[in-house]
Design a binder for this molecule. Structure first.
Ligand code: P6P
Length: 352
């Protein structure tokens, strides 16, 4: 280890404060606490097969999915770390139905935290990497505790966002809008050390990530997009990309951020709004990827521009290299008029 280059995440977050003259250290504390949560969750995910935290719980999340025991553990870690300080006025988790209110004494903070405690958790029992996703909005209402209005802000209003990957190493990546920075956990000292400063998506792409098991239900634009990425579109020939799909979006997005590529989870005529959750997944990843020079779209336009109407709102997601995502938008505009009509009510109305 070259000690001259040892920069801990705590130090880096503190240094980022200089970009925010109004900073009072609250956001710094919040981001440092997310790093602590990541260490606690990493300890359990890295020994999942040994403890009693592997496998499904008896409960169902707001999306009708069976919750894994580690989902509930990770959710509890993040909540417990944030429920007794003055930083937040409310939280929202993928694993809970509604806003998570804080005790009156601790609910006057200036931020709201939205998070997916463990994305891809169905992969845990087969030892495939999983991740945590989080986003931070400013409180915009004048009352005491946080409200739905404080939560349902478009992604371009985000103050900060980050993700953690529990994989061959544990990495935390975050942005406050001043670049994207990656830290790798050094288990021997329990510190996240700067390993990927100023991450920037490469101009050349290597990978495309989608679940081709759904090809039968894909709309015409998605079928054409995939053929184009495979270098098999006669009208727009290109070099083929390699297929990589892990089943953990954080890992796919992270790999594509480092090597160039696109991850997409489209909508179809049965589920026009797709699967990915806007508020606790898509916004955070879009904020990070766009701060690294990439782009994220729901197929119609910029994910960060979508005006949210529900905590449980889903959206199709195309995220990664800007040229690939914009080509997806062009194919959808060209071929998917029927899907666009089916999706419109989910994008603009109160339907989740
Ligand atoms: P499918 C995990 O549940 C997740 O939200 C993403 O992390 C992942 O890319 C996707 O869903 C996997 O879904 O339908 O391909 O199994």
């Amino acid at each position: 280890m070259n000690l001259a280059n040892v920069i801990t995440i705590e130090h880096h977050i503190y240094e980022q404060q200089r970009y925010f003259p109004e900073a009072t250290g609250v956001l710094t504390g919040l981001l440092n606490d997310m790093a602590l949560a990541a260490k606690l969750i990493a300890r359990e995910t890295n020994r999942a097969g040994l403890g009693d935290v592997i496998g499904a719980s008896a409960s169902i999340n707001p999306y009708g999915e069976r919750q894994q025991k580690l989902d509930l553990f990770a959710d509890d870690v993040i909540f417990r770390i944030n429920d007794k300080n003055d930083r937040l006025c409310a939280l929202a988790s993928e694993e809970r139905d509604d806003i998570i209110e804080l005790l009156p004494h601790f609910s006057q903070g200036r931020y709201v935290l939205l998070y997916d405690p463990l994305d891809g958790s169905s992969n845990i029992d087969v030892n495939v990497s999983v991740g945590t996703i989080f986003a931070v909005h400013r409180k915009i209402t004048s009352g005491g505790s946080g409200t739905l209005e404080d939560m349902l802000q478009p992604g371009y209003q985000l103050v900060a966002a980050g993700y953690v990957i529990y994989g061959s190493s544990t990495m935390m990546v975050y942005s406050t809008g001043q670049g994207v920075h990656g830290f790798t956990l050094e288990p021997s000292i329990g510190e996240f050390l700067l390993s990927h400063p100023n991450m920037s998506i490469p101009d050349q792409s290597k990978f495309y990530s989608c679940n081709q098991g759904y090809e039968r239900s894909w709309t015409p634009a998605i079928q054409r997009l995939t053929r184009w990425l495979q270098g098999m579109d006669a009208e727009q020939p290109r070099d083929p990309l390699s297929a990589r799909y892990i089943g953990s979006m954080v890992s796919d997005v992270h790999r594509n951020l480092l090597h160039g590529g696109i991850y997409y989870y489209p909508g179809d005529m049965q589920q026009p709004q797709g699967k990915i959750r806007l508020m606790v997944e898509a916004q955070a990843l879009a904020f990070i990827v766009q701060n690294a020079g990439g782009y994220a779209s729901d197929g119609i336009g910029d994910v960060l521009q979508i005006k949210p109407h529900s905590l449980q709102q889903r959206c199709p997601l195309f995220i990664g290299s800007r040229d690939l995502v914009q080509q997806a938008e062009q194919f959808i505009a060209q071929h998917d008029h029927e899907w666009k009509q089916a999706y419109a009510p989910y994008r603009e109305s109160a339907r989740a």
